[in-house]
Design a protein around this ligand. Structure first.
Ligand code: CA
Length: 281
């Protein structure tokens, strides 16, 4: 699909040079991945499985926001901060992985990395930085980083690297499917089933259902759903969300007028139930 130039260049900090992209493809922020067929293999947020906890230390607000959103959409539990000082505070509680910028306002991420290793902390560290010289990469790995990714970067590559580290450290939270009652969504096969019967969903219907199932019990406003599922560059209004929910309900609900799975939260938006047999409104 061809996108307008303005949308292609929406996030310079996350845009990637073409040489880093899959052969013959341009690379875009995660928001565009489905439209472009650049879908990453998502980490499935199964309802019954804990998510990996990631601490993102990045002082560039735009990069932080977009990476946070991308990781959140993958089902990771993400905490963000923008300074060495705040990172040290956050690291007093356990995390499964640290994504670490180097140029921070109150210090150098390399020093943080070095001191964590000196203190015997083994939390995996992925350095995400604009410092791309070979000696920078070697230096980062030498002070204890587990991986090193240079900006601008391809968001799916960041996610793939995170998953790779988590697999190596035995913390990959990847189950292949999310279930809720008789409803099952498999992010790898991109198949949704109800009581074992495949559901015929359009791509955005699938994405919306997957997103809601990754966050059971949580209410989302229409604006939040637009932002998370359609992306910040989407031009349509919130009515789009309502239309997709209506279509999803027709496919997954026994009685779309009395939905058991995707509940309406009055004055807010929608929520995927944690208990489709329950009686909550
Ligand atoms: Ca920085």
């Amino acid at each position: 699909m061809k996108l307008p130039v303005a949308r292609r260049l929406a996030f310079d900090g996350l845009r990637v040079v073409s040489g880093m992209c899959p052969a013959g493809r341009e690379c875009f922020p995660l928001s565009f991945r489905e439209e472009l067929g650049l879908e990453t293999e998502p980490v499935n947020g199964s309802i019954s499985n804990p998510f990996a906890k990631i601490l993102l230390v990045e002082d560039d607000e735009r990069v932080r926001r977009e990476v946070h959103k991308a990781l959140d959409a993958q089902g990771f539990e993400v905490t963000c901060c923008g300074s060495v000082r705040d990172a040290r505070i956050q690291l007093s509680s356990s995390h499964d992985l640290l994504v670490l910028d180097l140029g921070l306002p109150d210090g150098d991420g390399l020093d943080l990395c070095r001191s964590l290793r000196a203190a015997g902390q083994s939390v995996p560290i992925l350095v995400l930085t604009a410092r791309g010289r070979p000696e920078d990469r070697v230096g980062g790995l030498d002070v204890g980083a587990d991986d090193y990714l240079v900006k601008p970067f391809f968001v799916p590559e960041l996610i793939a690297r995170i998953r790779s580290i988590l697999r190596r450290t035995g913390q990959d939270p990847v189950p292949s499917a999310a279930n809720c009652g008789a409803l099952c969504v498999d992010s790898e096969s991109r198949l949704a089933t109800m009581a074992g019967q495949p559901l015929d969903l359009k791509p955005k219907e699938f994405e919306l259902l997957l997103f809601l199932m990754r966050h059971p019990g949580r209410a989302w406003s229409r604006e939040q759903l637009l932002d998370r599922v359609w992306g910040t560059s989407f031009d349509g209004g919130t009515r789009t969300v309502d239309l997709h929910v209506t279509r999803l309900r027709k496919r997954i609900e026994e009685d779309p007028g009395d939905p058991r799975y995707i509940r309406t939260v009055w004055g807010v938006g929608y929520r995927m139930t944690e208990d489709p047999e329950g009686s909550q409104a």
